[in-house]
Design a protein around this ligand. Structure first.
Ligand SMILES: C[S@@+](CC[C@H](N)C(=O)[O-])C[C@H]1O[C@@H](n2cnc3c(N)ncnc32)[C@H](O)[C@@H]1O
Ligand code: SF4
Length: 378
């Protein structure tokens, strides 16, 4: 998929309707981490020596269910978690072979692995690449040692930088995750840190504002995040810096050089079909929704739950996901006419020949915008 830069129509990645229609993704959830970060509510628990053979049994069972019902060529695979880079290369090789035995791969398939700086080294990167991984996403979170400590990270800035450098030598596509809008972080501090991250020359950056997720240690401690106004200013500053560096946003928190957007995540945001295997994974194939228990034991025992959504339910999901895209027009069919007019008046959306795109202001007001545009609210 080629990103076509066209300022007038803001055409994006996903210009080519045939390519969009072909998107079909596979998500694989790895449920373990070496330690639990105090801000994180992703489905993961601490385990240093996972039972890979039990996991394999569960993954293969899920693959077999989905292959029988929904087999089509895969355009992307994403190993997410948790910390999937903990898995052994031998396990990855076996799993990839099992997937290949059940699904065909599109020629340009994107295969991403999420990695923590302290749970991957150069040898493992090479071994993962040999198994087919062609995109690495590294969770760095901060380039400041104090903040890494505050965030409960196990790695140092130096380790993270070493791993990014190595990853750049081994993989042609590397993403780094950073968390900003941290307690007390000033605009100038973030600007300096972000520019250092940009100096690393990666093709993709996921930049998340710190959120306090219910039930996490940070939530319980009542950690103070920046005010709404400061968070807004930091978001606008981020948008400007990334645009100037030619790594503009294409989704609320995702920024990429031309043509380097994550095909896998675009599949979700464009409302296309995806399979999800592993505990806590979910999938969408047409109106079929699949979801698995978060507990590894329950998932292995019971497998995924499969249900059928109404077309209204799926449409609402597509609106929620599709309006996160900042460069891809969302078709107006089915949206509230009154809401569209109001959003245009407020300059929260831009109207294009093939749909609407939220403006920066619209993205900042995304929840309100979505409520306005859904035919019956949410
Ligand atoms: C599923 S996590 C996996 C990444 C990997 N395990 C790691 O920590 O390096 C994906 C990303 O979500 C982001 N994230 C998780 N919890 C967050 C929170 N409460 N606020 C902001 N970003 C968060 C982090 O940037 C993290 O890298
Ligand atoms: S941020 Fe990553 S390493 Fe930390 S607990 Fe969450 S998934 Fe695990």
């Amino acid at each position: 998929m080629i990103f076509e830069q066209n300022a007038l129509f803001k055409k994006t990645v996903a210009d080519n309707q045939n390519q969009i229609n072909e998107l079909f993704a596979l998500y694989i959830h790895w449920p373990y981490c070496l330690s639990k970060c105090p801000y994180c509510d992703f489905a993961s628990s601490v385990c240093k020596s996972p039972d890979e053979s039990a996991l394999l049994t569960g993954y293969l069972r899920d693959l077999d269910i989905y292959r029988a019902q929904f087999g089509r060529p895969l355009t992307s695979i994403f190993f997410g978690g948790g910390t999937p880079s903990i898995m052994s290369a031998a396990f990855l090789k076996r799993l990839m072979n099992e997937i290949k035995g059940r699904f065909s791969f599109s020629n340009s398939i994107e295969i991403t692995m999420e990695a923590n700086p302290d749970a991957i080294d150069a040898d493992k990167m090479k071994a993962f690449k040999d198994c087919g991984i062609n995109r690495l996403s590294i969770g760095v979170q901060s380039l400041r040692q104090n903040d890494l400590q505050f965030l409960g990270r196990r790695h140092s800035v130096q380790t993270a930088l070493q791993r990014i450098k190595k990853a750049g030598e081994i993989f042609s596509r590397v993403n780094m995750d950073l968390i900003y809008a941290r307690p007390g972080q000033t605009a100038i501090e973030w600007e300096t840190e972000l520019k250092e991250a940009l100096d690393l020359g990666l093709s993709h950056y996921s930049l998340y504002q710190l959120t306090l997720e219910e039930g996490t240690p940070f939530y319980k401690q009542g950690i103070e995040t920046p005010s709404e106004e400061t968070a807004r200013d930091l978001y606008i500053l981020t948008d400007e810096i990334m645009k100037k560096a030619d790594v503009p946003s294409y989704e609320v928190s995702n920024y990429a050089k031309a043509g380097q957007e994550s095909i896998h995540n675009l599949t979700y945001w464009l409302g296309k079909d995806y399979l999800g295997i592993g505990p806590a994974a979910h999938g969408r194939i047409g109106l079929t929704a699949t979801s698995s228990p978060t507990s590894v034991h329950e998932w292995i025992q019971n497998g995924p739950f499969i249900e059928t959504l109404t077309s209204n339910e799926r449409f609402e999901e597509k609106v929620l996901m599709g309006l996160r895209l900042t460069r891809t027009p969302f078709p107006i069919k089915g949206l509230s006419k009154q809401g569209l007019n109001r959003a245009l008046e407020l300059k929260w959306i831009e109207g294009l020949s093939d749909g609407i795109i939220p403006t920066l202001e619209g993205t900042l007001m995304l929840n309100e915008l979505i409520l306005m545009l859904l035919p019956n609210g949410l």
